[in-house]
Design a protein. Structure first.
Length: 281
């Protein structure tokens, strides 16, 4: 696919996806969605990539949906739900669980960890995208808002489901019902972010985290843990989680990555884990 509103760079086993409409605040469009999904499927299929980072070009992450697109839906006679279906786009993360086969939730079906690197303003659909990533970091002072109540719209893209599970019901209500702007430090305090880094060193700090993960953890173990993390949020059965963990542990104790992890720890050296494609499903 020709990339017009996104960019891709791969280095040190890290795929870096950049939303790239800096003249429009990297605002989200149907084209950006198509490119983003295609890129994420490509990175999922690439055995050289072990961690994915999503960030924005210029000074902003993504200011939300492009207002021209919103005006189009407002003026159109077509049903919004029907016109928003994306059967013709790539389907990354699909096929793991039916609950994941939806817009943005598909991030949870990917086998690789996805890090949201919020370098600037993050609003609307971008807040939802960030919420469905696995790890979230922001530049100091970056601004977050759901924006929808101030636009006369409901909470969008599953934020009413996922946000309370990240920050709790009380803080989620504040974000979703007031529509006010929160700075990164507030989002960190409420538990939405993993860390806030200085703006001048932000991307380097996030890439350091991603690179350490790419080289220091077992891809197959991360894939299994990610499957456990999100599937078991839906199961609501702690006993099943325990038994599933025991079964997986028994399987992984016989896996080459366990032997390599122990050997590396004993020798006080970096581990050499195989790529997912070398390990089977």
């Amino acid at each position: 696919m020709d990339l017009h509103v996104t960019e891709l760079r791969i280095e040190n086993h890290v795929g870096i996806v950049r939303l790239a409409r800096p003249d429009r605040g990297n605002s989200w469009t149907n084209r950006m969605n198509a490119e983003y999904r295609w890129l994420m499927q490509s990175l999922e299929d690439n055995p050289d990539v072990r961690v994915i980072v999503v960030t924005g070009a210029g000074r902003q992450f993504c200011v939300g949906a492009d207002f021209k697109a919103l005006d189009h839906h407002r003026e159109s006679d077509k049903d919004y739900v029907e016109s928003s279906r994306h059967e013709d786009m790539a389907r990354p993360g699909h096929g793991v669980r039916p609950e994941f086969d939806h817009e943005l939730v598909w991030h949870w079906g990917l086998s690789k960890p996805v890090i949201a690197a919020v370098n600037g303003a993050c609003a609307g659909i971008a807040l939802a995208l960030t919420a469905f990533c696995d790890l979230r970091y922001a530049a100091a002072g970056a601004k977050f808002t759901s924006s929808t109540p101030r636009l006369g719209l409901p909470s969008e893209y599953g934020l009413s489901w996922v946000l309370p599970r990240i920050v709790g019901l009380t803080r989620a209500a504040e974000v979703l019902l007031t529509g006010r702007v929160f700075v990164a430090e507030e989002m960190l305090a409420m538990g939405f972010l993993n860390a806030v880094f200085p703006a001048e060193a932000f991307e380097a700090r996030v890439l350091a985290v991603a690179t350490e993960m790419a080289h220091g953890v077992s891809p197959i173990a991360v894939k299994a843990a990610k499957r456990q993390l999100y599937a078991e949020q839906l199961d609501h059965d702690p006993g099943h989680a325990v038994e599933n963990a025991k079964a997986l542990t028994g399987k992984f104790l016989k896996h080459p990555d366990f032997r390599e992890g122990v050997a590396a720890a004993q020798a006080k050296r970096a581990p050499f884990f195989a790529a997912l494609s070398d390990l089977g499903p």
